[in-house]
Write a protein of this length. Structure first.
Length: 87
């Protein structure tokens, strides 16, 4: 029973991380693109200031997540080669 509980505990963590990074970041990027298009349609349509702010926040979160993922993957290399310990 302990093995089953431990396996289910690990499984929901993997599924949660997969949903966040697998579907959450592209959805957040799409939300940022949608907020840039909030000014309407047409040739001279401009995004509203609130839409621009929302897009910048969405894009910043996606960019930070990408950089953190790259740094997490290269943490051992950075630690052994340059002595930089990040995580």
């Amino acid at each position: 029973m302990n093995l089953l509980t431990h396996t289910l505990s690990s499984l929901w963590q993997v599924v949660l991380v997969g949903l966040i990074f697998g579907a959450g970041l592209p959805a957040l990027f799409a939300l940022g693109m949608r907020s840039l298009a909030s000014g309407g349609s047409g040739e001279n349509a401009r995004p509203t200031p609130l839409g621009t702010t929302g897009a910048v926040v969405c894009f910043a979160v996606v960019l930070i997540a990408i950089i953190a993922g790259i740094l997490l993957l290269t943490a051992d290399f950075l630690s052994s080669s340059f002595g930089i310990t990040l995580f």
